[in-house]
Design a protein around this ligand. Structure first.
Ligand code: CP
Length: 314
């Protein structure tokens, strides 16, 4: 592949294996910019990027802002609480208003699954990047996770990834099941049965019989946050009970698997899905995931604006 042809980044199902490799290879090339004394290149000078976040975010929002600024783009932020959507404006009117100001890229997080896809169909010129939509997709998280795994283990193909926790509500789980299986990894999920969505096997994941079954064989264990904000029912009796059956302490982890790397997309509920001695252990890749988030988002902004992989190697 010598050029990137996607206009939008909406989900992992829309990206080919070659495109995923191309994005990760571009991010690896761009990562070094963040280690320079002057962390800025002029590549996206004159481009306008709107960060439209309709749900809270620390990692995704900050890393998109940093990525855009490191590439010298002009950035503008809108959040739900400060936009005219609080006065009753519809998403379509908000998008048409943004369109009239002619941005180049809209980075969008929304609580409604499919909102970035809807917006992408209404925009004539701007690209849309899905920064997380409801329970559906979080493609940039999957790409940074794959980059982190490739750096740690040298490959993705044939690796065993086990995802533990609130699979039902997780856009990260859905994107990672689709993305990692597409790249040849074997993905297993484990959770209380109330948190395993119907059809997860059709996405490509195997459902483990027990936590031990998922953990003991894995090369990478990815824990997920219990998403209380999306739970309208009781999926388990209490956090304490969840932690006692599915929470990972270092001692429990090591009794099942001595070598696996640990990942978590964040934010972490310490003491629920992971104890602090796991989150901060030598095998934890969690901070590397955050660092790679900037590189992946730089790569996506750059490629959507017509960049090619090799143009930024110096
Ligand atoms: N991983 C992730 O999406 O984190 P934020 O919600 O902080 O952006």
């Amino acid at each position: 592949m010598d050029h990137f042809h996607q206009k939008h980044i909406l989900d992992m199902a829309s990206l080919s294996k070659q495109e995923i490799d191309y994005i990760i290879n571009t991010a690896i090339t761009l990562k070094d910019i963040s280690n320079r004394p002057i962390k800025k290149v002029p590549t996206l000078r004159g481009k306008s990027i709107v960060h439209f976040f309709h749900e809270p975010s620390t990692r995704t929002r900050t890393s998109f802002e940093i990525a855009a600024k490191r590439m010298s783009a002009d950035t503008f932020s809108i959040s739900a609480s400060t936009s005219s959507m609080t006065k009753g404006e519809t998403l379509l009117d908000t998008v048409n208003t943004l369109q009239a100001m002619n941005p180049d890229i809209i980075v969008m997080r929304h609580s409604a699954s499919g909102a970035p896809h809807f917006v992408s169909r209404k925009l004539l010129n701007a690209s849309v990047i899905n920064a997380g939509d409801g329970m559906h997709a979080h493609p940039t998280q999957c790409l940074l996770d794959m980059m982190t795994v490739r750096e740690a283990l040298g490959k993705i193909k044939d690796l065993k990834l086990s995802i533990i926790g609130d699979i039902f509500h997780s856009r990260v789980a859905r994107s990672n099941i689709i993305g990692f299986t597409k790249m040849g990894a074997k993905v297993t999920v484990a959770a209380p049965c109330t948190m395993i969505p119907n059809g997860v096997d059709k996405l490509g994941a195997q459902v483990a019989k027990s936590l031990e079954d998922a953990v003991s064989n894995a090369d990478i264990i990815m824990a997920l946050r219990i998403q209380k904000e999306r739970q309208s029912n009781f999926f388990f009796p209490s956090e304490r009970e969840y932690a006692s059956f599915y929470g990972l302490s270092y001692e429990r982890l090591k009794s099942m698997n001595k070598n696996a790397y640990i990942m978590h997309p964040g934010p972490i509920n310490r003491g629920v899905e992971l104890s602090s001695d796991v989150a901060d252990c030598p095998e934890s890749l969690i901070m590397k995931q955050v660092t790679n988030g900037v590189a992946i988002r730089m790569a996506l902004l750059y490629l959507l604006m017509g960049g090619t992989r090799n143009a930024h190697s110096n």
